[in-house]
Design a protein. Structure first.
Length: 350
């Protein structure tokens, strides 16, 4: 009861800036009409309609697609999955071959070409987005690439990376410096990070994993930039993996789609798909860009309800149920807390 009361007090009354900014972001809206109001709260939506269906995003380490047959299979797979925005890693494609892939894709994109048939990353976005490219850049080693685009005058940064398979914190320091230049822009980041974020929840092995300075560096800039692991936020207590290492006899979740916390209200679903055309499993999420970001629109609780005994009992019961089911399921409290706020808000609205 003490923890429940404390959580509710922080949730409803304490400004996020007084505590941990990365832990308590302002909540956003979950409704698409221009204005919504009920006894539980209200908000206003100002973004125009972007797509008639949710946006489908997919990230995949392809394990080389310089073979024409496999490249064709990848494109067929993306079409089957109705992917609108794609992050491909380890393409092994030269600039010439990457241009050919873009020509066959139903849209636009950007890439960092392979260096000596190693690395290579590609970002593809569908023509259905009607996106305009603002700027793009990539590194000389085929490790990262980004597209800064605008959709209906709303900026969005798409960042794709293929991290080194050894501990290299300098690489993530470079990525952090790049992303801080876009701290004012919502970010979607896909990639193969080559290490799990949570050694308990994201790894299954009989061998102990070595400490990683890269992991610490990534967690730091995720906190600084307000980036969240889209799959984990919706599956706080689940265990699933994207890669099996034969030499280490271990399963791990090392492929992620990270999104800005401001995009959390837009997140609908997240899943890890079967590994059909690569040794990695694709990670997929769906988002509704018709939903406004919380930087522009905020859901507000009708605070008069806090004086209602029945409403207080409802909040306490929902909070107790949630933490009893989830608090012992992960080594990190952050995803549990983020998912709790979203769950409680949804319960209040419903």
């Amino acid at each position: 009861p003490l923890m429940t009361s404390a959580c509710l007090f922080v949730f409803f009354f304490c400004p996020s800036s007084l505590f941990f900014p990365s832990l308590f972001p302002v909540l956003g809206v979950l409704h698409t009409s221009s204005h919504y109001q009920s006894q539980h709260g209200s908000y206003t939506s100002s973004l125009p309609l972007l797509m008639s269906r949710p946006l489908r995003l997919l990230s995949l380490n392809t394990n080389a697609i310089n073979n024409l047959i496999k490249r064709t299979k990848i494109l067929q797979y993306l079409k089957k999955e109705s992917a609108d925005l794609v992050f491909l890693q380890e393409s092994h494609l030269s600039s010439t071959e990457a241009d050919k892939l873009l020509h066959l894709w139903r849209g636009d994109g950007c890439y960092a070409p392979s260096l000596n048939k190693k690395n290579g990353v590609i970002i593809l976005y569908s023509s259905k987005l009607a996106a305009s490219l603002i700027t793009t850049d990539s590194d000389a080693y085929g490790r990262w690439s980004y597209c800064h685009i605008s959709i209906n005058n709303s900026p969005l940064l798409l960042f794709n990376l293929y991290a080194p398979n050894h501990d290299n914190p300098a690489f993530f320091q470079e990525i952090s410096a790049l992303l801080h230049k876009f701290s004012h822009v919502p970010i979607v980041m896909g990639g193969d990070f080559n290490f799990p974020l949570d050694l308990i929840m994201d790894r299954k092995s009989t061998c102990r994993s070595a400490s990683s300075k890269s992991r610490t560096q990534l967690q730091t800039f995720m906190s600084d930039l307000g980036l969240i692991d889209a799959w984990r936020i919706q599956h706080p207590s689940d265990r699933d993996y994207t890669f099996y290492s034969h030499p280490h006899h271990s399963f791990s979740r090392i492929d992620f789609l990270l999104i800005s916390k401001t995009l959390l209200p837009c997140l609908l679903t997240s899943s890890i798909l079967p590994a059909l055309i690569s040794d990695h499993s694709p990670v997929s999420i769906s988002m509704d860009l018709n939903i406004s970001s919380p930087s522009q629109n905020q859901w507000r609780l009708n605070t008069a309800l806090l004086a209602d005994d029945a409403f207080q009992d409802f909040l306490l019961k929902q909070t107790q149920i949630y933490f009893q089911d989830n608090i012992a399921s992960t080594s990190s409290f952050i995803p549990i807390w983020e998912a709790y706020k979203a769950t409680l808000r949804g319960n209040i609205i419903s």
